[in-house]
Design a protein around this ligand. Sequence first.
Ligand code: AMP
Ligand code: GLY
Length: 429
Amino acid sequence: MNVLIIGNGGREHALAWKIKQSSRVERVFVAPGNAGTAVDAENIDISISDFDAQIKFAKQNNVGLTVIGPEVPLVAGVVDAFQAAGLKVFGPDKGASQLEGSKAFCKNILRQAEVPTAEYQAFRDADSAARYIKDRFPHEDQDVPVVVKADGLAAGKGVTVCHTAEEALIAIDQIGREKIFGDAGKTIIIEERLDGEEASVLAITDGQTIVTLTPAQDHKPAFDGDLGPNTGGMGAYCPTPLLTDSMLASIEEKVLVPTVHVLKRSRNPFKGVLYAGLMLTNQGPKVLEYNVRFGDPECQPILMRLKTDLVDILEATVDTKLIEIGPLDWDPRPAVCVVMASEGYPDSYEIGKPIRGIEEADKLDSVKVFHAGTTMQGNQVVTNGGRVLGVTAMGNSIATAKLQAYTAVKQIRWEGAWCRKDISDKALG
Ligand code: AMP
Ligand code: GLY
């Protein structure tokens, strides 16, 4: 069969690369894709948000399965549109996608499911949110351990982790008065700040069976040592030793299973990737947020280790037959993905810089360079986004995988290219 993937990032390149390896698949299309998916699959010039054109293309090109990469079309109802057209599509529908599309919805589900999470309050306007901060933290110089969030989707940028009242009030102002996230900031969430290491547990579920994937760790802050502003993710590795097998089993039992049940009971049955962003606190793991799709960049090292046919897994999910897929088969070697970014990211940056050395890096043993923000200009691969490449490698240990990933990074250059140098170090202690 033919498979269509919607999206244009590193996650979608990894999905295309993995799906192309399935013996059951003939052609893999990516809409709109990037310079990497143009090589490992076929790009089609349809935007992420043009559902009608996607559906028409799927019907005309014998597409047996469509896989939705990013959250924006999921939250906008792309799955409902494909289903209404009688097409097979992997991902949660609009109702279930609210788990990521609205932090207030997510908190409600977590509360009903009795899943450990940060205490929170929701506010309809900046005034009441600001008053809450001033009343709760009346003393100057007092630690203000809160996190201010826009309720809706904000490309990972709607969250400010605060230490002072001033930081909290600025964030409230930006969301509620300046409206820098538009309608996504209609509701302001103020949460208790949690401390600990973060980990990502991704699971695939058809609403009845839950299959947990190898646990990963993302690196959200821009700079080494977790300094600097939040980004979409500067690198990831798996499996992370921060989560032992028994902790994973307990997360399945106390987090994933009750969440899937409550979603079903609230008439939003969930099918797709359920991604729990966790803080490993002194009191045990707590859910920071749910995403309703593969994480980017977690997807890249996770799929590099996966040996089971991904198409079998995705199709079984759509058909509610996930129970028939046995335990997943993983490469025992850990994988590390280092994101190379444009100068200036996560703030403004220039695009169109010629990239050299990708082929040399790809030739290294157990290395795959996944493209994210790239495009072709004539015969030349050029930068086309903030996160440009996800250089991914496997090794016999996390340290070896890290070394191999950075050896590959050294082959690649463009004007202003940079990356964090410490991806996976938290695993090493
Ligand atoms: P979110 O988009 O909700 O995952 O938040 C993005 C990032 O903000 C998370 O990965 C954490 O690093 C941080 N964060 C979110 N909520 C909290 C919290 N309650 N306490 C501490 N850090 C948080
Ligand atoms: N890696 C974080 C995310 O995909 O949201």
